[in-house]
Design a protein around this ligand. Sequence first.
Ligand code: HEM
Length: 218
Amino acid sequence: MGCALSGSGITLGKSISEAKRCPSLDGGLELKAESGEEKIAAQPFPLLEPQKELIQESWKILHDDIARVGIIVFIRLFETHPECKDVFFLFRDIDDLQQLKMSKDLQSHGLRVMSFIEKSVARLDQEDKLEQLAFELGRSHCRYNAPPKYYEYVGTQFIGAVQPILKEKWTPEVEKAWETLFKYVTDTMKRGFYEEEKKSKVNQALYSRKAGAAQNSI
Ligand code: HEM
């Protein structure tokens, strides 16, 4: 207690040490959580060993197609949720999705996202590292102003895009394993997002208070 944020209804991540730290503010500033904030508790790593193996095996097959999958995922995201496109400086002014499909920027963005998934798959046995990776990604998405409510759609589109590539290797068990991984990653990203959002509010509040004090002393 004694923290200006205690009682704000914000659930902090449990195993990320930075998320546990409570910013100490002399004088106690009142900060409220964003209205859209969900309470997401840190969860134990949810994947069982056989599920990890299913993901690793299917990734080996998908690996050669990741550039294509990355593009499909984002084109479908923009088709189903056009408001997501506005978050991207590079894409917001391109209305024609066929033109966007050909864009080198979309290709390289899709590849960056796929390479994050590749890193996640490589860290299925290093849970702390995977958690840290997804948490930091959530923090950077706060700086990109990318709202958490859309993160899970990326998983949905990924699953839709890889299903036809895996053909008969796609089973309900494989689907469940990927869904579980995406749920874990996106929940962890959301915690990172809210942590970063809270930090920036604390900084803004401190800045305003200092600016006010400086004004009063003139
Ligand atoms: C599972 C969900 C998602 C994953 C894994 C993901 C992953 C990534 C990765 C790896 C990057 C590269 C930069 C970095 O590492 O910080 C990135 C950048 C970015 N993402 Fe996401 N992302 C997701 C969802 C979203 C959604 C839903 C939006 C928009 C509503 C979004 C908006 C952005 C923006 C604006 C950037 C910066 C682009 C730039 O560099 O110009 N992301 N994302």
